[in-house]
Design a binder for this molecule. Structure first.
Ligand SMILES: *[C@@H]1O[C@H](CO)[C@@H](O)[C@H](O)[C@H]1NC(C)=O
Ligand SMILES: *[C@@H]1O[C@H](CO)[C@@H](O)[C@H](O)[C@H]1NC(C)=O
Length: 221
């Protein structure tokens, strides 16, 4: 009896499978214990080149980058401080970063996405409303108290709001890429350099050119 998978369809099946698996792959696995970032190097690789392992010291694996609150005095009232290959060279190639998110009383982290990472956020203080939008434009929101966590799936637009009108909020987020990338929807559309042609924004948002100008000015575009 012939089975469905014969010699002709097997390569196709394997190829399809590898494509499907590729969709959920995080940053590539390191091929050595560590690859401490050599930030002085001027050539580009997928990540940052490593320094000689013999020159590696414990200080390459420690950072106080997240110890201080960020300045939340901009219009949205938030500040994100993250580990990266400069302030924590030891995380190079390990496929993760940690970020502290400070949100002023009544402040927001406006809708944004991380093209290369999912994000698990834990509320440490304050009362947060968090949520994301899936590709069918369905919104999933949740209120978080200190100690509660929420996950934003990779690449999807998400936001945070500090519902407390008196006190600032603090959240800690882990992301599964050493370079998650961030695109804030409002800034990507209205504060890009150079600007997106007015005609496109007018029609995309169903607004007038005057309104496009007003939004641009407010967002520093
Ligand atoms: C925070 O940033 C604002 C404007 O960007 C600035 O005026 C203010 O001095 C900063 N505050 C601190 C504590 O650095
Ligand atoms: C507010 O500050 C954050 C960084 O702390 C920055 O990413 C964001 O672009 C700023 N927003 C505006 C509208 O300036």
């Amino acid at each position: 009896m012939r089975t469905h998978v014969d010699f002709h369809s097997l390569p196709v099946l394997l190829f399809t499978l590898s494509l499907l698996l590729g969709q959920s792959r995080p940053d590539p696995d390191p091929l050595q214990d560590y690859c401490v970032a050599d930030n002085k190097n001027q050539f580009f690789v997928n990540g940052v080149p490593c320094i000689n392992p013999e020159q590696v010291s414990p200080s390459h694996f420690v950072t106080s980058a997240l110890s201080k609150p960020g300045n939340t005095s901009n219009i949205s009232g938030f500040s994100v401080t993250a580990t990266n290959t400069v302030n924590l060279p030891g995380l190079n190639t390990l496929g993760l970063v940690l970020a502290r998110v400070d949100i002023a009383a009544d402040g927001i982290v406006p809708p944004h996405s991380h093209p290369r990472a999912s994000e698990l956020t834990t509320c440490l203080s304050g009362l947060l409303l968090v949520g994301f939008v899936d590709t069918n434009n369905r919104v999933f929101t949740q209120n978080l108290k200190p100690g509660e966590s929420f996950v934003f799936p990779k690449g999807l637009v998400h936001f945070l709001f500090n519902r407390d009108t008196k006190k600032p909020a603090l959240a800690l987020s882990g992301l599964n890429s050493q370079n998650p990338g961030t695109q804030i929807a409002s800034l990507a559309t209205f504060a890009s350099k150079p600007a997106i042609p007015v005609e496109i924004l007018k029609r995309a948002f169903q607004i007038t050119s005057g309104e496009v100008e007003t939004i641009r000015e407010k967002l520093g575009g």
